[in-house]
Design a protein around this ligand. Structure first.
Ligand SMILES: [Zn+2]
Length: 218
């Protein structure tokens, strides 16, 4: 059961098309797992549609949409040379992430960040300061304590984690900003896989975190 949803502000920005591609991908992925938010989005779109109908058309370059779709659908994962992904049938990820996760999470070319902590950078919005990553924590492993310079969106895809803000399971989304300092720890039982989107480097609070900063926080 999903307990943590995007804020109204975030959903409205999504509906209005104002989110950066990585954040939009996280909200779309949550919505594909959450019927409540699909309803909220449909409701927002109907209101937005009515508003747009009464406005002057804005200039958008003809290939803007195709460009975004092409980037999202490229799905070429940043593996080492020779890496390839073995398909095990159905994707374990929600539909909007399927091009990045064609099969099981186990089959992705994970890179180790620290013991029990792996990640993959997804090729989304690479020209911006935003970072779109999958993070995988082994049971009971915690990320370094950190706060943020910008916004961070975390969507749980598998397993669960707990931190100062509560417990987050599959489909739950966490929004944090500069006012939040936390230390997510994977719950015991199974690996926790999350999609994490940040629009500014993380700020680590302790020495381990500061050492990890260059690889973890970019
Ligand atoms: Zn929701």
């Amino acid at each position: 059961m999903i307990n943590h949803h995007p804020s109204t502000e975030l959903l409205l920005s999504y509906v209005a098309g104002n989110l950066a591609p990585g954040f939009s991908l996280a909200v779309a992925s949550h919505a594909s797992m959450c019927s409540d938010c699909r309803k909220r989005i449909a409701h927002g779109e109907s209101i937005g549609g009515a508003l747009l109908y009464s406005m002057e058309p804005a200039e958008v370059s003809e290939d803007a949409l195709e460009e975004v779709l092409a980037r999202i659908e490229t799905g070429c994962l940043p593996g080492d040379n020779g890496d390839h992904i073995t398909l095990h049938g159905k994707s374990e990820a929600p539909d909007p992430l399927r091009s990045f996760v064609p099969g099981a999470f186990d089959d992705l070319p994970w890179r180790t960040l620290a013991p029990g902590m792996k990640h993959i950078r997804l090729p989304v919005d690479e020209d911006s300061a935003a970072k779109v990553r999958l993070i995988r924590l082994a049971p009971g492993v915690a990320t370094p304590a950190h706060s943020h310079r910008g916004h961070e969106l975390t969507l749980v895809l598998k397993g669960s984690f707990s931190d100062e803000l509560g417990r987050f399971g599959p489909g739950d989304i966490q929004e944090t900003d500069a006012s939040v300092s936390h230390q997510p720890m994977a719950d015991t039982g199974e690996d926790c896989v999350c999609l994490i989107v940040t629009d500014a480097p993380l700020k680590f609070d302790n020495l381990v975190g500061k050492i990890l900063q260059p690889i973890f926080g970019y």
